[in-house]
Design a protein around this ligand. Sequence first.
Ligand code: MRU
Length: 359
Amino acid sequence: MALSAIKYSRGKLDILDQLLLPTQSEYISVKNSEDGWNVIKKMQVRGAPAIAIVGCLSLAVELTDNGEHNTVGDLSPFICDRLQYLVTARPTAVNMSEASKRLSSLVKDMAVEPGQTVDDLRERFIKECEDMLVKDIAVNKNIGKYGADHLLAMSKNKAVKVLTHCNTGSLATAGYGTALGVVRALHERGKMSQAYCTETRPYNQGSRLTAYELVHEKIPATLICDSMAAILLEQHDISAIVVGADRVVANGDTANKIGTYQLALVAKHHNVPFYVACPSTTFDPTLTSGKEIKIEERASEEMTRVKGVQVAALGINCWNPAFDITPASLITGGIITEFGVFSTGDLKARLADCLKTEN
Ligand code: MRU
């Protein structure tokens, strides 16, 4: 059975507490946008698509059977304000901010339509949030398909070995995953010879979450420490590195989990193609280069303590950026999206075409 990080039915949202994995599986009830903000901030739910879906659904739950807003003029600014608040929980991933802009403009447009009722507005907003859950899985399956097609075309249909970083699977999305969706699709076709995942210090999304998903899905897999990537590429005939993304900007520069940039550098040195897999909602054409992306810095305790146990010298200074920027020039394989695999140089134009055709 597939892992489910997000359990939702109208008026009820529960999320798997990812701080407790892999040893405990406990769901937390998210009753409103305040709870949504807190579970995102504490990283009880994480991963760019999951952050946006949980953020929006937390507000949908808050509005279900809620008679507090009597007029459209009351409800519309309330929704926009709460969406903007949810964006502030974590700054680097663009998906929540993209959802906030899209939904805010929808409710503002609806609010000025003649004869619009507060119940219709509330219902439409809730439905849009619910659709995100369904759409994300379909999008991820397409990412998996295009990524697997592409990698197998490159390998002339021979089974491949793929290294991935952080967690981009069912736990980071509504299901199936992005970069891990590509691994999953290759496995479904019997072409995943060996998946490698990094530990992903300091939060250990790789060893705690990706390894958990790989074991759960019975995909042949090996865990490495982050510091072992260079020797892995030197000795183990890796076919490709595939990672996820938190924000891809107009020129293809990509923000992703800290450690992604050094993997791309190692890949370049060893002539291993480097891919980013992400939905089109992770693309941010409003920024021209990666230098403009705000990088979240997190508490030093994530580095100095593991499950409450001090593992670093007391008193040491720490620097804990949660993400880094991989320059487009190092994304040598391309960007795997739900519409196909594009080079970083073509991404902006190709996505604009695909999105125009879709609408
Ligand atoms: O800090 P996190 O765990 O939210 O970071 C997650 C990542 O960097 C993922 O690679 C990215 O969000 C893509 S998830 C499909």
